[in-house]
Design a protein around this ligand. Sequence first.
Ligand code: AMP
Length: 226
Amino acid sequence: MSSGRSNVIILLGPPGAGKGTIASDLVDRYEMTTVSTGNILRSAMKRQTELGKKAKSYMDAGSLVPDEIVLELLVSHISQMDLSRNLILDGYPRNVAQARSLSTLLGKLGIPLGLVANVEVDDSELIERILSRRTCSKSDCQAVYNTRYSPTKQPGICDRCQSPLITRSDETEEVIQHRLRVYQEQTQPLLSHYKSTNLLRHYSHKDSSVIADLVAKDVEKINVEI
Ligand code: AMP
């Protein structure tokens, strides 16, 4: 998809909604770029950087990492990215304060927010989905699979880079329950925050590649409308 103009697409949705899978699908099939604050934080933690060490206890508990830490990591990551393609934000913003910081950042970069894509999944499905999720252990891959819905060709081995898969430390049932509460209390208010912008769309389908197609179609529409 090449429109000559790039937009930012925010992917919203509870943990387990499949945001990471949808984002990588959009990257693979629609030539978009993605940035996941969860991946950036896990990579900083693994490399034991100062910010990574500060983030660890929050992530292990399934709480939000303080806004200033996430923003600093995000800004430094984005400054090294090629921003000529549509950019998908997976996992940022997670609260209204972060939405305000993002708006300031995008203003400085001169990239418009084109779409806020909210992925909806029944609560009853989320926990089961997360418990069967496996993530590539390699920091610069972190591909996400699901033993039930999107298994790897070889069990326990990443299809992309052949590294071993792991269960993330924040994917125990207790931590997941906490992450769902954090989502409801801190992230869900973003829906009313973005409602007035007219950029908010809702997507609901069991197959994440169908959602990726619908999001891509909507992005295409924005580019035509501008
Ligand atoms: P995710 O990979 O998006 O599921 O995020 C995993 C964990 O990283 C979350 O439970 C938070 O602890 C942390 N995290 C990711 N993105 C953010 C963010 N935008 N703000 C605060 N914490 C975040």
